[in-house]
Design a protein around this ligand. Structure first.
Ligand code: MN
Length: 749
């Protein structure tokens, strides 16, 4: 664990403090120097004095005068994001409206509406992550609205967050964790999307330092230990390239750059390898000083020189010169075989591209001036506005969808005419169809990808050319929701399904009415409610729908009056809202912790929850619920490998949970069977499972070795009881040695 914070005790006297503040202010002015127009200096002075006066009595947790924070944020805006005078004024004032007596009117009077509006935006989004998941989603929506209003708001907000992360040390541990997780959840992806690579990387590294201190220190130490060796290698690699570039009179810089600690850690986890086995601990970067009209040509020339020296890997060429990323990133990346048989990534870009890579949006605008290139950002903002405008649905869903649709990496695909479309990674043919037009999306029956026929769920890859095949008879179905990742497609499919369900339900309503009237009862709220309760359905609509599709035949409703008395009382299922009232995570764990949240076998309309991927619970398992930021409730098994960590560190976020009986929905789980390899063993197993026990098998793989076999079987079971019966029966089969449940592996859907 962390030792006591190492920040030096803050002990300056008043005079020294005044000097420090002035020094910081002057340094800010210096960094703005080239951007100052007549009158700007005076305005900045007014803003600075206004903020300094307003925060006069306030101190940061470290003991420093508060004004040093807005000064630092302003400096990040200028030096690291490339913003100008107006943004600097906003950054200086960003905390005044929220924390001091200064009002928006004061700011508008002094600096005008534009600046007041930005400061207002900054004030509104002070809290993204809330213990209340739907509140959090609302806040995020708010951020996005302000963002599309004026992107400077989000850029200044990112600077604010970066400075808070840089000075996180003096905060309390819980606060550190909260701020750090919020940063990786929302701000780092936003920074990435804005093209601010350095800021994104620094945020992730800093967050990791607090969230996984041991891994962080471990990697940092190993990087330091191997530094000398790495520098030697980099120099050896660079030498011949340098000579060539000089011979050709290029103006350039070339250097090796270590990958971020967070990046290395992610790679180690994803590939399951040790630090020593991560081959790309660094990348070589070539930055060319090329005139605008020769940029592309020069980059390719350099590519050619490098690959004359070192053999490139054909799969690892990334041409973001011809197709910049939607966050504006342009460069040429290649991976070549360097000395000692090591793969080395080389990034080639010009000075202009480098500035865009580092300063993102702001730099992009600077260069965009005077060109006719339609801004990718404008397009992105337009899409966001469209989605927010159309989205009245659950805001937690929205947040999730937003992250997959707008913050993910993207791919480029082509229409049959060769128009390029940008989609988030993992998009399918169906996403593509909806991106063209909703009217096409709902009628899609398949697609031709690069002239080959594929199903609508086919995942697209960059460079694919797609032709959509439609039919007037086609209609969206429930499973389509599993085939799409874009918010637009999901939204339109949901709308279509709801519409369809309503239409069908109308017929069912008529059937129910006749049934009731046949018994001398009326179709009124009370009577419908009774029937809904009897069949344990979530809503009227569901009742009518189930009746219409003949899942319910109403035969049980023989004598309506009797039924009304005989049915069991409704279960004490709590809505999330009720649950929150009783159980307030903000007030520690002393409150009604023994409240049990009852989970249906499937997400009902009342409680939003997920089953944890790490332990794949099924009904009947001992479980607990864990309130996850952004995801609502996640259900883990008490035997989950993560359980201890969650229970011990976040006791206040744990909810007791148990299963309601439900025989309609089944859950996928895995069994590992070991036994003697014998003729007919597969037949015996499958016969028992699907023949006798009537359990659905989703996948079955078998490997035989030296007279033994090991089989992995994935089955759909309703609950633990059924699973236990299955395991017991399997063990009884002759030749079976062991049967074990496994869940530590991704079960493909
Ligand atoms: Mn601040």
């Amino acid at each position: 664990m962390e030792t006591v914070a190492q920040t030096p005790k803050y002990n300056l006297n008043e005079e020294q403090e005044r000097k420090l503040i002035l020094r910081e202010y002057r340094s800010l002015l210096r960094s703005l120097k080239t951007k100052l127009k007549p009158g700007d200096k005076e305005l900045l002075r007014v803003a600075f004095e206004m903020a300094a006066e307003a925060h006069k009595t306030m101190r940061r947790k470290s003991g420093e005068p508060y004004i040093l924070h807005p000064l630092a944020v302003a400096k990040i805006c200028v030096e690291e994001i490339g913003l100008g005078v107006r943004s600097t004024i906003c950054a200086l004032l960003h905390d005044t409206v929220e924390d001091t007596d200064i009002s928006l009117e004061d700011i508008a009077r002094e600096f005008g509406q534009e600046i007041a509006r930005i400061v207002d935006g900054l004030t509104k989004i002070s809290n993204v992550i809330d213990t209340n998941a739907s509140q959090q989603a609302e806040n995020f929506k708010k951020i996005l609205l302000t963002l599309t209003d004026d992107p400077r708001v989000i850029l200044i907000k990112l600077a604010d967050r970066l400075h808070n992360m840089r000075t996180l040390e003096s905060m309390k541990r819980e606060k550190q964790l909260k701020i750090a997780s919020e940063t990786v959840y929302v701000y780092a992806p936003l920074a990435h999307r804005m093209g601010l690579y350095n800021i994104k990387t620094e945020m992730e590294d800093l967050a990791m330092k607090y969230m996984e201190p041991e891994t962080y220190r471990d990697i940092a130490q190993k990087l330091a230990e191997t530094k000398r060796e790495r520098s030697k290698y980099i120099n050896e690699f660079i030498r011949p390239i340098k000579e060539k570039l000089e011979r050709w009179n290029f103006k350039f810089e070339v250097f090796g750059r270590p990958k971020s600690i967070h990046g290395i850690s992610t790679k180690m986890k994803k590939k399951g390898v040790d630090f020593e086995e991560v081959y790309d601990l660094f990348a070589i970067r070539v930055i060319l000083d090329s005139p605008a009209d020769r940029e592309k040509e020069d980059c390719w020339k350099v590519y050619s020189m490098i690959t004359d020296e070192y053999t490139p890997s054909p799969e690892r060429l990334r041409d973001w010169l011809s197709n910049p990323k939607s966050n504006g990133y342009e460069a040429l990346h290649t991976t070549v075989m360097g000395p000692q048989g090591k793969w080395v990534e080389v990034q080639i870009r010009t000075k202009r591209m480098n500035e865009i890579a580092e300063k993102g949006l702001a730099a992009h605008w600077k260069y965009k001036e005077g060109t006719s290139d339609e801004s990718r950002f404008d397009k992105w903002f337009q899409q966001i506005r469209e989605v927010i405008g159309n989205n009245e649905a659950d805001s937690i869903d929205f947040l999730q969808e937003f992250k997959t649709s707008f913050l993910a990496e993207e791919i480029y695909v082509y229409t049959p005419k060769g128009d390029v479309k940008m989609l988030p990674v993992d998009s399918t043919a169906l996403d593509f169809a909806f991106s063209i037009h909703s009217a096409i999306g709902v009628k899609t029956i398949g697609a031709k990808v690069n002239h080959k026929l594929v199903p609508i769920s086919h995942k697209l890859r960059s460079g694919d050319q797609i032709e959509i095949i439609t039919s007037n008879k086609q209609k969206p179905s429930e499973d389509w929701l599993g085939f799409v990742v874009t918010a637009k497609a999901r939204g339109r499919i949901k709308d279509a399904l709801k519409e369809e369900k309503r239409k069908i339900a109308d017929e069912g309503k008529y059937t129910v009415q006749r049934k009731l009237e046949g018994m001398g009862a009326a179709l009124n709220q009370h009577n419908i409610e009774e029937i809904v309760q009897h069949y344990k359905l979530p809503s009227h609509l569901d009742l009518f729908y189930q009746v219409a599709i003949k899942n319910i035949d109403l035969k049980e409703i023989k004598d309506f009056k009797v039924v009304g008395e005989n049915i069991e009382p409704p279960r004490p299922v709590k809505t999330v809202q009720e649950f929150k009232q009783e159980f307030n995570p903000a007030h520690g764990h002393n409150k009604k912790n023994d409240t049990e949240l009852i989970i249906f076998g499937e997400s009902s309309d009342k409680i939003v929850y997920n089953l944890a991927n790490c332990c794949k619970p099924i009904p009947g398992d001992d479980v607990f619920g864990f309130v996850t930021t952004g995801k609502g409730l996640t259900i883990h098994r008490t035997s989950c490998p993560n359980a201890t960590k969650l229970l011990s560190n976040y006791g206040h976020r744990v909810v007791k949970t148990k299963w309601a009986k439900n025989k309609e929905i089944s859950f996928l789980t895995g069994l590992k069977i070991v036994g003697l390899d014998d003729v007919g063993v597969i037949h015996k197993i499958t016969n028992l499972i699907s023949g006798e026990l009537r359990i659905n098998i989703s996948a079955f793989s078998l490997e035989a070795k030296e007279g033994l076999f090991e089989g992995n079987i994935k089955v759909f079971v309703h609950d633990r009881e059924e699973l236990e019966t299955l395991v017991a029966r399997l063990k009884e089969l002759s030749g079976i040695e062991s049967v074990e449940r496994f869940d530590n592996e991704d079960i493909p859907a």
